[in-house]
Each structure stands twice: as C-alpha cells, then as structure tokens.
Design a protein around this ligand. Sequence first.
Ligand SMILES: NC(=O)c1ccc[n+]([C@@H]2O[C@H](COP(=O)([O-])OP(=O)(O)OC[C@H]3O[C@@H](n4cnc5c(N)ncnc54)[C@H](O)[C@@H]3O)[C@@H](O)[C@H]2O)c1
Length: 381
Amino acid sequence: MKLWLIGAYGIVATTAMVGAKAIEKGVTDTTGLVSELFDLNIPLKFEFGGHDIRKSKNFYEAALEHWKLNRHFDFEVLEEVGDELKTEACKGTTLNCGSGLQELGELETIDDLELREIVDTLSKDMKDSDVVVNVASTEPLILYNPEYHKTLEGFEEMLDENKKEWVSASMLYAYSALKQGIPYANFTPSVGSNLPALKELAIEKGVPHAGNDGKTGETLVKTTLAPMFSYRNLRIMGWMGYNILGDFDGKVLSHKDNKQSKVESKDKVLEKVLGYSPYTITEIEYFPSLVDNKTAFDFIHFKGFLGTSMKMYFIWDAVDAIVAAPLVLDIARFLLLAKKKGCKGVVKELGFFFKSPMDTEVVNTHEQFEILKEWCSEIAK
Ligand SMILES: NC(=O)c1ccc[n+]([C@@H]2O[C@H](COP(=O)([O-])OP(=O)(O)OC[C@H]3O[C@@H](n4cnc5c(N)ncnc54)[C@H](O)[C@@H]3O)[C@@H](O)[C@H]2O)c1
C-alpha cells in the first residue's frame, strides 16, 4: 500500500515513515498504534511518497535533519531503515499558506502555474497512491466563500477561472486525492476536505475521508479529563492551557495568521464536552530550545459541593512527533479499511483521532473510543 504524505519532509511524516519501516523489519514493536488493538486485516506495510516545499534530498535526509535536532529515537533505527527512504518528495503548492512558511527557508513550489495546472500536477504525482494524509504546516483560516466553496460546481468553476485568492493549498491536495478516488485525511487544522464542495466530491466519487487536526497531546488529555468533571457534576469555571514548543511547527505557529486555526481547534473542545462554556485561555508560544518536546501547562478551576472552589493542574510533556506519527499510520489503515468496505464521505467514527472531528459534535475521548470500537466490529462483519 502506498501512503502519500503532504508535508513529507516534516518531523511527523518522517517519523511515521521510519516507524512503519522499523516495525516491518522487526526493529521495533507496535506500541502506540491504536490500529493494532483491532483486527483490521489491513497490513501494516507501507511504501511512501509525498509532497513538500522545502529543499531536501530525500525522506531519509529529512529524517536525519530532524533526528539531529531532536534525537527522538535510537539512531540505529534510522540507519536500519534509511535505504528504504531514499525517495524525493514532489514539489507542492503554498497558495494562501500564510507568512509562517517564510520560516522554512528557501521554498520550491509550483505556485506559478494556473490552478488547473497545479491540480493536474498534484494529481499526477499522487495517482498511484492508496491513501493520502496531510501533515503539512498549519495554514491560516481562509474566508468561506459560498460561491466557490459550497458546491463542487462552484469549486471547479473557481479552478477554471484561476481564482487563486479563494483557495488554499490543503484544499487543492484534498481535491486532487478525492477526485481520483483516493481516501484522504487531514491531520492539521487547515481546511483540507472540510468544505461542502469537497464533501460532495467525496460522495460522488464514493471515497472516504476524515479530519481535522490530530488529537495527540494536551487536547487528548483535556477531552479525556473534562468528562470526569461532568460525571461527578463538578462545574468547571475556567481552564487555561499554555503550550510551548520549538521546531519547524513551533516556528510556523509563531506567526499570528498560522496560529489562529490551531488555537480555535484546541479551544472549541471544552464547550462541546461540557455543554457550557467556561472561561478559557489557550496560548501557543514558540520556545526554540524545546525543539519537538512540546510542553503544555494546564490549570483548571472548578466548583464543588457547597460552592467550594478547587483547582487542578497538569503538565503534558511529550515528544510531539512520537505521539503523532503512529496516529498517521492508524488513520491511513482505518481509511483503507473504510474504502475496502465501501464507506464514502466523512468517516465520523474516526473522530477519535482528531481535535476538530468533521460532522460530529462528539469530542469526549471515551465516547469516541466506544464509537470507533463499535464501527470496527460492525464493519468487520
Ligand atoms: N503532535 C503533533 O505533532 C501534531 C498534532 C496535531 C497536528 N499536527 C500538525 O501536523 C503538521 C505537521 O507537524 P510537524 O511537526 O511534522 O511539522 P513540520 O514543520 O516538521 O513539517 C511540516 C512539513 O510540511 C511542509 N509544508 C509546509 N507547507 C506545505 C505545503 N503547502 N505543501 C507541502 N508541504 C508543506 C514543510 O516544508 C515541512 O516539511 C502541522 O500542521 C501540525 O500542526 C501535529
């Protein structure tokens, strides 16, 4: 199976590649992979391809660059699988990707082409793939324009008329995948396939898709812990989450326009879990020396019996790519299963993996896991 990654030179993408190859070679085990808890009958065996806009020789060199900064796994693992990752990424597009991308150095893109030519190029690049996952840098929010975003006809008119101001790169990648019947997932808070026009396309082509924004760290804990307060009828008055991170992701997110979509994605979950809106502060700040070691400090102020106020604090201190990479492989496997079983459109049951799951209000991790389990046993029949 070929897994196509948008943002293929990134740390999440390259860690997923190294991990998949290491598992295949028996160099490491499957700890961290949710899909291994189920009997999916979808092999854990991937070839990789992808798009990027940064210069690098191949996936191995990109992985090595991240390893030198982060040392996020044993070097022997990288050496063991390196020869299988000597593929170069195809050049992608950065249309409306925001000022944050200037942090990534010199870029190589196909942005000069007209929209139809961009889509044709991306489509050709990914045509032999079985599943596509977007792990590129977070784009800014883009204004919704019903004329071009609401229907597939409008979206295609936008492409034909080369209206570049109304489209972001993630939409073009999603369109290129779905149009060819390739399952697509969006691991980022960017728009991706989360547009009525692209949902229509997925249904028309009979292809499953899922998103948005991998739920890997602070939000995973938040949506697991917040229900506890509800179960005990404790009232959360305020929740502050302060995140610091370095690396390329942190650099890009240090730009206000790119950060906004991430903050929204993290901030909205509490209201959905609790059914009311406590006071919230959600901050994400760039902290270079941490590199990929993201740290989140959370402070929860809650009220109990007799109106007494109490507090809870937690610190989440994880290597971002190590919690994210297995989920990329999981999502790819679940989408392959969905495709095999004839699912089309948004696979809401995969909401478990996302901070802002599409087309569902369920963000409580416990409920999401039950839904995933039920779906797997139904679909396996
Ligand atoms: N725990 C996690 O790490 C986590 C959780 C949820 C979501 N995410 C999201 O996953 C994405 C990747 O994170 P990362 O830590 O690997 O970041 P990264 O900066 O290491 O990698 C991103 C890669 O995308 C490339 N890129 C940027 N814009 C592109 C475009 N338009 N087309 C093709 N490639 C492009 C960059 O050159 C870079 O190689 C980010 O959007 C991040 O917010 C990560």
